[in-house]
Design a protein around this ligand. Structure first.
Ligand code: SAH
Length: 336
């Protein structure tokens, strides 16, 4: 093993961490939004974002070295594709995701050792409340987190819509459906189906407003509730994206059992999550799993762990459909 390559690896890694902090600052100062209409000299940019010119220039130079923004001519910066995705209105926009991960999530990552030592969420240790309580108590961050999830969803939705045949379903219930980006896209591609977006009351309040302007408003409802208590009945498909990974096995089982109880025999369960492959190869879900350890009681799961969970909740474990995005697989179960 080469000692010097190991040294370089750690230096590069910490550099990426510093770059992440620069990207967070760019998102906070709305720099990509200010450059949306075209490039800008650092003097004008510093006025637009209320920053001192000299440190802002150093920030921009560092960002440009990481592919975010480009100094097209001296002290004059333009967007690059990576910087463009930081615009509020980019489709998909990564701005809210960056703000959330490097914002309220950030201090709990500093306490990862607490989570590893105790198995308890570092987030709760930092903030004295669970992340869901925190979002319900901090509406601006709560809405930003929903926008973060929508940004990630907008990236994954085309693969989810194309990667599965929804044409046999009459009523699709999206459990923890957030602001409804995924279900409304599925419904647009499935004209025969109706839908219910189910989520916590403070989330659904905003979802209902968005839904009213959606082309599927006449076939889709927004339904508030708590999936630890019950879920809407009568759907023939229950779909849940990035839900099971938020919860430990005991809690995930409870959610699945509520779905099982609410659906008819032959009903379909579609869990959309990363499925962790065996081996040492890089896989984004392995780090998302640590994000779950930091922020929540949850975990990413292997195919075998999904099978055990589905069977314990009364589902037949049918198959896993891997989509082109590595962190997004569809795990299909049937109520037997
Ligand atoms: N499915 C969405 C959101 C995933 S984030 C997407 O992929 O973009 C997890 C979601 O679970 C959030 O919207 C959160 O509000 C919701 N949630 C958390 N606890 C809940 C509960 N007890 N009952 C209902 N929804 C809950």
């Amino acid at each position: 093993m080469q000692h010097s390559s190991g040294t370089v690896r750690s230096i590069e890694l910490i550099g990426h961490f510093w770059l992440s902090c620069c990207v967070y600052t760019a998102a906070k100062l709305n720099i990509a939004d200010h450059l949306e209409q075209g490039g800008m000299h650092i003097g004008e940019l510093s006025k637009k974002c209320g920053a001192a010119q000299e440190p802002l220039f150093r920030l921009m130079r560092a960002l440009a070295s990481g592919g975010y923004f480009e100094e097209a001519r001296p002290k004059y910066f333009v967007l690059t594709p990576a910087a463009d995705a930081l615009r509020t209105n980019a489709l998909p926009s990564m701005k809210a995701f960056v703000l959330s991960m490097m914002g309220e999530h950030f201090s709990s990552w500093g306490q990862l050792h607490y989570a590893v030592q105790t198995g308890k969420p570092a987030f709760d240790h930092c903030y004295g409340q669970s992340i869901w309580e925190y979002y319900s108590n901090h509406p601006a961050e709560g809405q930003n987190f929903m926008n973060a999830m929508t940004g990630l969803s907008n990236f994954a939705i085309p693969s989810i819509v194309q990667g599965y045949d929804y044409s046999n379903f009459n009523l699709i219930v999206d459990i923890g459906g957030g602001n409804g980006a995924m279900l409304t896209a599925i419904l647009q591609a499935s004209p025969q189906a109706k839908g219910i977006i189910f989520d916590a009351p403070y989330v659904i309040e905003h979802t209902a407003k968005l839904l009213a302007q959606s082309p599927v408003a006449n076939r889709c409802q927004a339904h508030p509730g708590n999936f630890m208590e019950s879920v809407p009945e009568g759907g023939d498909a229950y779909i849940m994206k990035y839900i099971l990974h938020d919860w430990n096995d005991e809690e995930a089982l409870q959610i699945l059992q509520h779905c099982n109880r609410a659906m008819n025999k032959g009903g379909t369960l579609l869990a959309i999550d990363a499925v962790i492959p065996p081996g040492n190869d890089p896989f984004p879900g392995k780090l998302m799993d640590i994000n779950m350890l930091v922020a929540l009681t949850g975990r990413e799961r292997t195919a075998e762990e999904f099978r055990q969970l589905f069977e314990a909740a009364g589902f037949q474990f049918n198959k896993i459909i891997h989509l082109p995005i590595p962190d997004v697989s569809i795990v299909e179960g049937k109520k037997i």
